[in-house]
Write a protein that binds this ligand. Sequence first.
Ligand code: PEP
Ligand code: MN
Length: 352
Amino acid sequence: MLEDIWKKRPLIISGPCSAETEEQLIQTASRLSTIGKVDVLRAGVWKPRTKPGMFEGVGTIGLPWLLQAKKITGLPTTVEVASAKHVEDALKFEVDILWIGARTTANPFSVQALADAIKGINIPVFIKNPINADIDLWSGAIERIQKAGIEKVGLIHRGFSNYGNTEYRNAPMWHLPIEMKRRFPEMMLLCDPSHICGNRTLLQTVAQKAIDLDFDGLMIESHITPDQALSDANQQVTPEALAEMLNSLIWRKGHTNKQEFITALATLREQISHVDDELIALLTHRMNIVEKIGQYKRDNNVTILQTNHWNDILQKAIKKGEELGLSEEFIIKYFAAVHLESINHQNKVMNS
Ligand code: PEP
Ligand code: MN
């Protein structure tokens, strides 16, 4: 049965951030089961909180509640583990799937300890991205768990810590899960919009974006009385609100066999490919000119970086981009990359 669950698409995991009481957990599970859209019940019993004094979870006493919820609803369960003891306790109470939290994935010692603890046990494991935007650390955690003989490994994208206030609690940095899809094409990849958003308002938009990027499913926190939740109150939704949201998401497929679509897409992709070739040729042309400038600067002992001029270029480009529908964010990133490459080319000319 877990075999089928693992293959189900989209896979939906939901449940409270934390198990708080037996009643809260069983009621949440029952209402999730009633809406009929959820495949796996989640609940944290050990909560890694940023500061002491916050609710750190009920601990092992929450595990029998999870088992009871499974018996009542038939939903398989998943819990976050961060130590060998957690693994041992979770297995004792028949937890079906383990997940490694973002703070744990960031620590190779902890991941290795978990890998050693689950060695030889055939239990599926989800690995959340590390809190910092380090994709090799995420890949490293996968390798450690796979080396322990775990065959069913899945990924959960929950966003990355950032300094200062942004619209997200954790920046999604979509290029990172996209890169993980490239590195591990066969591996299940879920999105956790709850921890990316940190609030309810953005949940649906982020979930839809994940679907549009061909994610395999979602992990979303739900609670019978979200506002009273002991952890992550702002981002949790009732099971019924979850159902409404899941119903209004547009689930798209990775491909279609419709001939008209295939032909049209192939033609457009060919056009893009020509444009990309031209862009590369133009960039090369730009670098050739830049190298000539480098020679003049070298012969006249002038610095490579001319801050005012660079700022002028950027401001003009932002304005032009705006007129043509390119975002300021893109123009800045694009020009920063082109500028850096230009500096490197000049550097070579000036110091060769
Ligand atoms: C959670 O799922 O409640 C949790 C603590 O997640 P993360 O590891 O993504 O912070
Ligand atoms: Mn949470």
